[in-house]
Design a protein around this ligand. Structure first.
Ligand code: AAL
Length: 397
């Protein structure tokens, strides 16, 4: 009998070591790492049957804080706009800014260009390489956010030789201290595959303009990548450089903690396809004065995923809708310091290029600002139009 007990003991120890060796956690290591998290209530909520056998997925689930569904929303299909912003063949209207409510109406700014896209194979000096090439920034107003009147050009391309002479596009608007600030992407001609993209700014006393351009770009790509060879190939590099060594895109400035946080998308020279798709990340640059200089945060990049910037203040922190690219795409994240973002919810197919309704009651609930706003849709490869999105909270039903 005694020898049977000793054999059983050895067998148990052997099994324990075998399990550890194969990454199957022992009861002891589970207790050490997760026991405090596994109450009966948590077990029941997560549907964990054997607390002594936790899969990697169950461990991750245990490590999430006990979040409610307050950040979980679904988006409805995009709705067409009426009036001048209804789809128009032959015209590109895309990348709407946030909406401001001024003078009893909504205002939006957007990229506008005319005619089809030829791409990069032909004459990049005289043709149009992207739908957002050869754009100016236009604006429109609406009493209800559905029917829009196009008011005209807000910010045109710059004179030949300026950093913004080829295209000004993807604008974002900020009202601060009764002045209006537009920031936007810029490209200098010729628009080649390796051309660097920068961020420009213009300000005005009124949403109707006139707009005063800031002389120099307020943000530029990092200058520490090295192209390989001279052929216009953006993937061929000797050194990639920082996450934003090629393009700084989708700028959006938020006043935050008595400074100005310029959130942006970086594109890197030698961009790769990763296990999460395109290697796209966000960064932030911070200034004491709204006109700059903007200093890039040493914590950049501050996301590992995303595309167009969609950020809003909430409860003393900054929330960010991360779409399109990377392993954490289609999530809403929040950072109590505007820099260290955590995933708050996972979202089904959010719209792209969102223009937020800044007149919403942003503090009412985390996603109140996403109840409705503007986005864009590709009608075909040449032409895009601005459309309206809406979203709703999902509760237990
Ligand atoms: C977008 C944005 C930027 C890109 C292009 C136009 O939606 O990320 O603006 O340059 O596509």
């Amino acid at each position: 009998m005694r020898s049977i007990t000793i054999i059983c003991c050895f067998y148990w120890i052997f099994n324990l070591l075998w399990a550890c060796d194969r990454g199957i956690p022992s009861t002891q290591s589970i207790e050490k790492d997760h026991s405090l998290l596994i109450t009966d209530e948590v077990k029941d909520r997560l549907g964990i049957t054997h607390a002594q056998f936790l899969s990697a997925a169950s461990k991750r689930a245990l490590e999430w804080p006990n979040r409610s569904n307050e950040w979980y929303i679904e988006f409805s299909g995009l709705q067409p706009l009426k009036g001048d912003l209804a789809y128009e063949e032959g015209v590109v209207r895309r990348d709407p800014s946030a909406l401001l409510y001024e003078n009893g109406k909504y205002y939006v700014w957007y990229s506008k260009s005319i005619g089809p896209t030829q791409g990069f194979d032909g004459d990049v000096v005289n043709e149009k390489v992207f739908p957002w090439d050869r754009c100016d920034i236009w604006y429109a107003t609406s009493p209800d956010g559905w029917t829009w009147k196009e008011e005209g050009v807000a910010v045109p391309r710059g004179a030949a030789g300026r950093f913004d002479d080829r295209s000004v596009f993807t604008p974002e608007i900020l009202k601060f201290d009764n002045k209006f600030y537009l920031c936007y992407q810029t490209v200098q001609s010729p628009y080649e595959l390796r051309v660097k993209n920068q961020v420009g700014m213009a300000w005005s006393e009124s949403p109707n303009g006139p707009w005063n351009k800031v002389e120099k770009p307020i943000l530029s790509p990092a200058d520490n990548g090295i192209w390989a060879g001279t052929k216009q190939n953006r993937f061929n590099v000797i050194k990639k450089g920082d996450f934003d060594s090629h393009k700084v895109h989708d700028p959006c400035i938020l006043p935050y903690k008595n400074q100005f946080y310029l959130y942006y998308k970086g594109e890197q020279m030698g961009e790769e396809i990763t296990f999460g798709g395109r290697q796209i990340r966000h960064g932030v640059a911070i200034a004491d004065d709204i006109l700059g200089p903007y200093i890039k945060s040493p914590y950049n990049p501050i996301s590992n995923s995303g595309h167009e910037i969609c950020v809003w203040p909430y409860k003393g922190g900054i929330a960010s809708l991360i779409t399109t690219d990377g392993p954490e795409r289609n999530t809403i994240q929040w950072a109590d310091d505007g820099i260290n973002f955590e995933i708050m919810s996972s979202i089904k197919t959010p719209p792209h290029a969102i223009g937020l309704n800044r007149s919403a009651d942003q503090e009412k609930e985390p996603t109140e600002i996403l109840r409705w706003g503007l986005s864009h849709r590709y009608q075909n490869k040449d032409y895009q139009c601005i459309m309206r999105f809406s979203s709703y909270r999902r509760y237990n039903e």
